[in-house]
Design a binder for this molecule. Structure first.
Ligand SMILES: O=P(O)(O)OC[C@@H](O)[C@@H](O)c1c[nH]c2ccccc12
Length: 267
């Protein structure tokens, strides 16, 4: 693991210990009607759009994009929605990524799209926090506990998105009940991007599904800067893409999102 990721895991652990489980209000079920991400992806494809999950990301390791208080998060998400994004991802990790649960809450109140909570979930108590439609669970971090976290997430009313980066991660993911697998093109040890990660893993997921009569939605995550990057991962078998930095760095989040959404016809 890269130092910045280890730092995040440590501070997350400390935060949970400091505030203690009592600080987390139990989510009353059903908390709200979950927005159907899988249906949204199908609708987007049927309309000829590229399904883009657009990410509200104030910063990333070693890089700061912009100050994002909740009102700005909501405005950005609205621009993304109006430009045709299929869902919004909101960073809630408060240290390195400078996200917040307030941003998540404000975004979900403002847009009609499904919302993904992007964080480092390492403790069950985090699944009692602010609601979202989808929650990210990272196979490389949860390891053998992944299956139990997927079950709990489902029980709590979230749609899990299990993130993988290697064949070992993928094996763990395929043993769980997740319907959505995110292939992260960024290596958590070096933080380097390689879109070939999707080219390697997406076909393995397709093969698995054919053999087992199952069906997984594949999201290619990280490192896409242009419609041609998106084309590459879609041709490799991704159903949708997750883009943060390229949008946050642009002068117009609306225009940039639109560029990706309208990108090309891949069929
Ligand atoms: O900014 P990018 O390269 O477009 O990447 C977005 C998203 O994939 C990335 O933020 C991400 C993927 N997995 C994560 C896990 C935690 C925090 C962040 C992430």
């Amino acid at each position: 693991m890269h130092d910045s990721i280890l730092h995040i895991l440590n501070t997350t652990k400390t935060r949970i210990q400091t505030f203690g489980p009592d600080a987390y209000k139990k989510r009353s079920q059903p908390q709200f009607r979950k927005r159907d991400f899988i249906a949204a992806v199908a609708a987007s494809q049927a309309e000829g759009r590229v399904p883009v999950i657009a990410e509200v990301k104030p910063a990333s390791p070693g890089k700061s994009f912009r100050e994002v208080p909740p009102s700005v998060a909501a405005d950005l998400a609205l621009e993304m929605e109006e430009a045709g994004a299929v869902a919004i991802s909101v960073l809630t990790e408060p240290g390195v990524f400078r996200g917040s649960l307030e941003n998540l809450k404000e975004v979900r109140k403002t847009v009609c799209l499904p919302v993904l909570r992007k964080d480092f979930i390492i403790d069950r108590v985090q699944l009692e926090e602010e609601g979202s439609d989808l929650v990210l669970l990272i196979a490389g971090i949860l390891g053998k506990e992944l299956g139990a976290f997927v079950e709990l997430a489902i029980e709590k009313g979230f749609e899990p998105l299990v993130e993988v980066h290697s064949r070992e991660d993928l094996e763990l993911a395929l043993e769980t009940d997740t319907k959505i697998i995110g292939v992260n093109n960024r290596n958590f040890e070096t933080l380097k991007i390689d879109l070939a990660t999707t080219e390697e893993l997406a076909p393995l997921i397709r093969e698995y599904d054919l053999e087992h009569g199952t069906s997984h939605l594949i999201i290619s995550e990280s490192g896409m800067n242009s419609p041609s990057d998106v084309r590459r991962v879609m041709l490799a078998g991704a159903d949708a893409v997750l883009i943060g930095s390229a949008l946050m760095e642009s002068d117009s989040v609306f225009d940039k999102t639109k560029e990706f959404v309208q990108g090309f016809c891949w069929r």
